[in-house]
Ligand binder design. Structure first.
Ligand code: NAD
Ligand code: UDP
Length: 308
């Protein structure tokens, strides 16, 4: 049994990770400031003797003795991270500094949830870990993108300078149950709009691409990464790439919805394409996603039907 700190544990991905690690009989401290997370996501765990909930902001140092730390604390949806950009960049930079200090003091292994956003609007496709990216340092996405890039830098510097035990994972678009109703990312937006027979809002012409990974696949990748020697960075995502228009049509058909597709302006700096090269994850972790988009979307649709 290990003692594990999960920051951002009440969020979408964090809540699935808490559940999985509790199921594996570990002791879990779930730390969250509830900026985008919700108590509903972890309510089934609150009475578990191995589960502890701490309301705290990672911008401030938090001290505890644990073996492993997963840092998932950071709003991930563009409308949420752009709502208070100063807070977002502080969360990434001050937050990772505090957690690295904690890892240095305790010898805990620290895994950082980095992102495909560090590749920006990529000029190379599919994106390999060796690609340095094409990121606007002063745009509306920069608070998130540059915050995550700087967090990777600090992780590597602590590792080289203090031998801190680190793991870096670059997560590509992930979806599933426990996304918030007001999350604002594309999969939850389209499903909610389709179930309510409201207009499906495509930003731009819908020909931009993303590659969508179901959350259970991601969780298995995160845990595999934590429990082996390679420090990363490693891409975790589903390489099956599709346009946003294709996603909208698929969700319309899976929900038998009467919604119409409408087009809205494309937000600034919205990446045109995104597709992970996951050969490194296959080689180092023997990891590959197994849940196809129809199965993953059906599970997510069922979740939103229940909570709407
Ligand atoms: P989410 O918004 O659902 O979860 C983030 C959680 O962090 C929330 O519970 C929120 O309340 C908490 N949080 C935010 N700022 C905090 C702070 N300062 N102190 C403490 N807690 C704080 O998002 P998610 O999709 O679950 O993303 C989790 C992590 O994975 C994030 O770090 C995100 O950048 C990363 N990620 C996610 C995706 C994706 O597609 N879901 C892709 C790339 C990277
Ligand atoms: N998008 C869209 N309609 C929506 C929400 C998002 O067309 O209601 C688009 C968005 O412009 C982007 C893609 O879908 O091109 C993925 O957006 P999301 O916010 O989910 O994540 P991103 O990968 O951009 O961080």
């Amino acid at each position: 049994m290990a003692k594990i700190l999960i920051t951002g544990g009440a969020g979408f991905i964090g809540s699935h990770l808490c559940k999985q690690l509790i199921n594996e009989n570990h002791q879990v401290i779930c730390l969250d400031n509830f900026y985008t997370g919700s108590i509903e996501n972890i309510k089934d765990l609150l009475n578990n003797k191995n589960f502890e909930l701490v309301e705290h902001d990672i911008i401030k140092y938090y001290d505890c003795n644990v073996n492993y730390i997963y840092n998932l604390a950071c709003p991930a949806s563009p409308p949420h991270y752009q709502n208070d950009p100063v807070k977002t960049i502080q969360t990434s930079i001050l937050g990772i500094h505090n957690l690295l200090e904690l890892a240095k003091r305790t010898g805990a292994r620290l895994l950082q949830a980095s992102t495909s956003e560090i590749y920006g609007d990529p000029k190379e496709t599919p994106q390999k870990e060796t690609y340095w990216g094409n990121v606007n340092p002063i745009g509306i996405r920069s608070c998130y993108d540059e915050g995550k890039r700087c967090a990777e830098t600090m992780m590597m510097d602590y590792h080289r300078q203090y031998n801190t035990d680190i793991r870096i994972v670059r997560i590509f678009n992930t979806y599933g149950p426990n996304m918030a109703l007001n999350d604002g990312r594309v999969v939850s937006n389209f499903i909610i709009q389709a179930l309510e027979n409201k207009n499906i809002t495509i930003y731009g012409n819908g020909l931009q691409t993303r590659s969508f990974c179901y959350v259970d696949d991601l969780i298995s990748g995160l845990i595999k990464m934590m429990n082996q020697d390679f420090i990363g960075p490693v891409n975790l995502g589903n390489p099956s790439e599709r346009t946003i228009l294709n996603l909208a049509k698929l969700i319309l058909s899976l929900t038998n919805s009467k919604s119409q597709i409408i087009y809205k302006p494309l937000p600034k700096d919205d990446p045109i394409q995104r597709k992970p090269d996951i050969s490194l994850a296959k080689e180092k972790l023997n990891w590959t996603p197994t849940i196809d988009i129809n199965e993953g979307l059906n599970k997510t649709i069922e979740y939103f039907k229940q909570i709407l």
